[in-house]
Structures are given as structure tokens and as C-alpha cells.
Design a protein around this ligand. Structure first.
Ligand code: AP5
Ligand code: MG
Length: 187
């Protein structure tokens, strides 16, 4: 899932994982658990999460590998929030090549900036997520545009980018993604 903050990576990632019977791994969730530990490294990660900047590539990749790697790597999974930089995409690609794995599809959800901001501010009022404040939402959106959006071309060129309208109801979005993923498998 490669999409801006608030686009529905988590919401749709959960549903797709259920539908396809694979785990849903969200790097934001992995990092929030990591940051809750009582160590100086965890405190530093917590500080970065609060600002909306990205944590270092090697930290996030180590957390991803802990879940997908090991002697018997997972056969399938929905990865949400990784890769987020070109360097992370390379790390992922090298890992996949070395373990005879392929990333089949990169799902991007298109949602207007106005709608993204509305969704995140709404969640900021309803739930405890330290980065759903006006200033940090703005920074997360900027970081996405600068560091992560360039990956769209990277995957478009590889022929695995699945671009889906992320507006409308949660159900509508899931159906759009399924349709496109099923087409991809059939092709
Ligand atoms: P992360 O947790 O990934 O946050 P994010 O990218 O900012 O995205 P969100 O989780 O806020 O949104 P989402 O797209 O999952 O949407 P959701 O389904 O929740 O990352 C957090 C931080 O961790 C980063 O800022 C960075 O610091 C660090 N990090 C993570 N990965 C990293 C990496 N690879 N490298 C370095 N640093 C990394 O939906 C949002 C809201 O909208 C919810 O309230 C939901 O209920 C609602 N909603 C969803 N769909 C709809 C709909 N169709 N209609 C109306 N409302 C909807
Ligand atoms: Mg999320």
C-alpha cells in the first residue's frame, strides 16, 4: 500500500489481508510499538514519529525483516507504509531477489489533500495518535510528496502500480482494489 497519510492504507490493508488470508504489516504500527519501549533508541524514534518525519531506513527495514524474514520467510503479506523512500525500495527489492520473492502489486489510493486532512483531523479528535495534529499532518503530507510520491513512477515503470480512487465508502474502495488485483492475477 503506497498512499499518503489518511488515504486508507490501514483500513484497506486490514480488509485485503482478511480477504486474501495473509498478514497485514503496517510499519507505522510496528514503529509505534517499538517507540513505546523504554530505551534511548525508542525515545528517539518516538520523537521522529511526533514530528511526522521519517525514521531511518535501516531501523524500519529491520522491523519489517523481523516480521517477514527469518529462516522461513512469509509467503504472502500486505505491506502498508513500506517502502517510503527510494533507498527502502532498493532494500526491499534486494531482499526479494535474494529470497526468490516478488512484490506482485503496489496499490496506490488517490484522495484529495482536502479529504486527507479532514479524515486525519477527525481521527485526531476521536483517537490517541500523537501525529494527528494540524502541524504534523501538514508535515506528513509534505514528507509524502517529497520522499514517497517519487516511488509511484518507480513502480509504474515496473508495471506493478495499481492506482485506485480512494474516495467514497470503505466498501467501495475495497471493491475497486479487489477488481484491479483480480485482473492483475488473471493477466
Ligand atoms: P503510518 O502509521 O503509516 O501513517 P501515515 O502514512 O501517516 O498514514 P495513516 O496511518 O495516518 O493513514 P492510512 O493511510 O493508514 O489511513 P487509515 O486507514 O488510517 O506512519 C506513521 C509514521 O511512522 C510516519 O509519519 C513516519 O514517521 C513513520 N514511518 C512509517 N513507515 C515508515 C517508513 N517506511 N520509513 C520511515 N518512517 C516510517 O485512515 C485514516 C482515517 O480515515 C481513519 O480514521 C479511517 O477510519 C478514515 N477512513 C479510511 N477510509 C475512509 C473512507 N473511505 N471514507 C472516510 N474515512 C475513511
Ligand atoms: Mg495507517
Amino acid at each position: 500500500m503506497l498512499a499518503p497519510p489518511g488515504a486508507g492504507k490501514g483500513t484497506q490493508g486490514d480488509r485485503l489481508a482478511e480477504i486474501y488470508g495473509v498478514p497485514h504489516l503496517a510499519t507505522g504500527d510496528l514503529l509505534r510499538s517499538y517507540a513505546a519501549q523504554q530505551t534511548p533508541q525508542a525515545d528517539e524514534a518516538k520523537r521522529v514519529l511526533q514530528t511526522g518525519e521519517l525514521v531511518p531506513d535501516d531501523l524500519v527495514f529491520a522491523l519489517v525483516l523481523e516480521r517477514i524474514g527469518g529462516p522461513k520467510p512469509l509467503a504472502g503479506f500486505v505491506l502498508d507504509g513500506f517502502p517510503r523512500t527510494i533507498a527502502q525500495a532498493r532494500l526491499g527489492y534486494e531482499w526479494a531477489a535474494a529470497h526468490d520473492r516478488t512484490f506482485h502489486a503496489v496499490v496506490s489510493l488517490e484522495v484529495s489533500t482536502e479529504e486527507l486532512t479532514t479524515r486525519l483531523r477527525r481521527r485526531g479528535h476521536e483517537e490517541e495518535r500523537g501525529d494527528d495534529t494540524a502541524e504534523t499532518i501538514r508535515r506528513r503530507l509534505r514528507v509524502y510528496t517529497e520522499s514517497t510520491a517519487p516511488l509511484l513512477d518507480f513502480y509504474r515503470n515496473r508495471g506493478i502500480l495499481v492506482e485506485v480512487d480512494g474516495g467514497g465508502t470503505v466498501e467501495d474502495v475495497t471493491n475497486r482494489i479487489r477488481l484491479r488485483l483480480d485482473q492483475l492475477v488473471l493477466d
